[in-house]
Each structure stands twice: as C-alpha cells, then as structure tokens.
Design a protein around this ligand. Structure first.
Ligand code: PMP
Length: 361
C-alpha cells in the first residue's frame, strides 16, 4: 500500500511512533497484563500517567505554577459554555472577537449566559480575507473577559499577534494551534483546546486557568464544567477519559523528543512555506487569506476550475493523500498540517499538486 498522509482537520493524524508504542503495550500495559483503558483512574499506575502527562504539558508550554491544568470532557464546545459560566461572576457582558466560524460558534453559545459585546475583526486587505489589528478592537470596560480564537480551523485564518490588554482577562480557544509554537501563557486568563488536533485523541479537552479566576462559577454550572471543582479534584471529579489522557501523554513525550515547541515551530514554518509557496506560484491554485493572517495549521485552497475538485480529491486519495476535502462552508480543499504531519507529507502533497496541474492545467 502507498504510504498514507492524513490531512484531516480533526480528529487528525497522530505521530506514528506514538501509535506504535500504544499498539505494543495495548494488551499488557506496564506489565499489568491489562490495557491502560481497563484500570482505575485512581490506581497508582494511572495517577503516574496523569501526573507525567501534566508535567510534560506544563514543561512544553512553560506554564507558570499559578495556573491549573484541567483534563476535561466535552470538547471545546463544552468550553463555549464553561467559560462564561465560570468567569462572568456578577458581570453581564463579555467581549467576543469574531474572526471566523469557531469564534462565531462561541458567541452563539455565550448568548445563553451573557450579552456578548461582539467585535467584528474580519476585514479584507487587497481583496484577501484578513483580521484587524488588536489595538483597534473596541473592548468594553464592563466585560468580564475578552474571548478570541487565534486559529480558525475552517477559515484557515490566524491571529498572530500576542494579546496585550493590560488587566483584561484574556480567554483563547487554541484548539487548532496549541503546542505548534510557543506562547506566553501569562498573557492569558484561560486557554482551552480540544485534544483531537495537536494533543491526542478526541474525548479530552485541556484547560489552563489562572488561579485567581477560580471560585466565581455560577450556581447553575454543572459540576463537571466547574473549574474549581475540577481543580480541587485534580481533574478526577468524575472518571476522566483515561485512554485519551494516556495517549496525549505519549504525544507530549514525543514532542519533547522532537526538541519541544520551538523546534516543531520551525518544522511547521517550513511545511507552511512549502505549501503556500506552491499555491502562490501558480494561477491553478488559490488561497484567499492575506499573508499576515494565514494559518500554518489549516491551509484552505481552491482550484481555479472547481469542476476539477472531484478529480483532485480522487487522485490525491489514490496517491495516499487523504482527507483534503475543504469544510462544507468553505468548499475547495483544505490541508491540515498539525505537528504530527512530517515535512515529507507536505512534500508529497506539493509534488502531487504540481503534477496534477501539469496534467490538468
Ligand atoms: N474550536 C475550534 C478552533 C475548533 O477547530 C473546533 C473543532 N474543530 C472546536 C472549537 C469544536 O471542538 P469540539 O468538537 O471538540 O467541541
């Protein structure tokens, strides 16, 4: 079989070394004669897995000790509700920056709990989709926090500026960019991310929350979403998704072996440069995001002749390049190139694109 490279936006490909290790120890984990899925989350063996994963994650992102790391259920969408219910306190409103599909989804959910002050950051630069500068965002003094999504998985748009809003509590949905480059965690009050892109399998959501933001939860907040309850119980208030936690721990170890976040950042840049380079060099392919706001994780592109889309997808699939179909709201193609995608995968894709153009251009 041709080697397969999986460009899925999530659940996305995992490092093959991690999958092999999990395969090897699946039925007899840690010499216990059972799999890690079948043991108590409170056993000393699993507690070690849990602690190691948290330590490695903290090391990778240099998370200061005044932040809790919570291993949650519910995906990033549960956080769309958990964030306002944990953080609003007495406030009635929160600032929400609209940069694309997922920011809008968070706003829609926030309407259930507060009056979101929506800051439309979408703009165009020379006819290309872009995001307005952070300093132009009209934040509201009464807002309990400002929420934004630095990488829009569907739109392929990234906000590359680092937030700098003084005392304002900054909340960010890092689902599709976490661990792809280093960030200054101290600029944020809450960071959350669904696991199924750069962390591990679906079913786990990571939340990083600054200590002083705990204890403000609304009475109506379900305990399983309450950051204070989760923190007090070391993310074991209810049974956590143990297999996803274990596997994410292996991904963190793998990432450390790659040299950590700064080293993977360089590979991610090289992959993005290669792919956007091929798109930009031809009239056959097109990406309509302004260069400064292009995502390095999710690269949407269109063929000049949409009648060739089906053929592109069929032929790329046969060449071992899977899951390139764009999201239904955008159309065209999308290549998601998270940490686990090796440079050779992007090379295989760009070689295919050049060849496809030669044959059909
Ligand atoms: N935010 C972003 C940026 C996403 O990419 C996604 C999923 N693709 C979500 C939120 C929703 O995540 P989940 O399906 O884990 O709830």
């Amino acid at each position: 079989m041709t080697q397969v490279f999986n460009f899925s936006s999530g659940p996305a490909m995992l490092p093959v070394e991690v999958l092999r290790r999990a395969e090897q120890e699946l039925c007899n984990w840690n010499g216990l004669g059972t799999s890690v899925m079948e043991i108590s989350h409170r056993s000393k063996e699993f507690m070690q897995v849990a602690q190691d994963a948290e330590k490695d994650f903290r090391d990778l992102l240099k998370i200061p000790s005044n932040y809790k790391v919570l291993f949650c259920h519910g995906g990033a969408r549960a956080q769309f509700a958990a964030v306002p219910m944990n953080l609003l306190g007495q406030a009635k409103s929160a600032d929400y920056v609209d940069g694309g599909y997922w920011a809008q989804s968070a706003i829609k959910e926030a309407h259930k709990y507060c009056v979101p002050n929506v800051i439309d950051a979408k703009t165009t630069v020379d006819g290309k989709r872009a995001i307005t500068a952070m300093k132009s965002w009209a934040l509201n003094d009464d807002a309990a926090y400002v929420h934004f999504c630095p990488n829009e998985t569907i739109d392929g748009i990234a906000i590359n500026e680092q937030p700098d809003f003084g005392d304002k509590v900054v909340v960010a949905d890092l689902s599709s960019t976490i661990l792809s480059h280093s960030i200054d965690v101290t600029r944020y009050g809450v960071i959350y991310a669904g696991a199924q892109k750069n962390i591990g399998p679906a079913g786990l959501t990571l939340v990083i929350v600054r200590d002083d933001l705990l204890g403000k939860a609304s009475q109506a907040l379900p305990s399983v979403l309450d950051y204070s309850v989760l923190a007090e119980n070391e993310s074991m208030f209810n049974t956590p998704p143990t297999f996803a936690w274990y596997l994410s721990g292996l991904v963190f170890k793998w990432l450390k072996e790659q040299g950590g976040v700064d080293e993977i950042d360089k590979v991610n840049q090289a992959k993005a440069d290669l792919l956007y380079g091929v798109i930009d060099r031809s009239d056959f392919y097109r990406n309509d995001v302004a260069v400064a706001n292009r995502s390095r994780m999710n690269v949407p592109f269109q063929l000049a002749d949409a009648a060739l889309d089906k053929r592109f997808l069929e032929e790329s699939f046969d060449a071992g390049l899977h899951a390139l179909k764009g999201h239904r709201v955008v159309g065209g193609m999308r290549a998601s190139i998270y940490n686990a995608m090796p440079l050779e995968g992007v090379k295989a894709l760009t070689d295919f694109m050049v060849d496809f153009e030669r044959r059909h251009g």
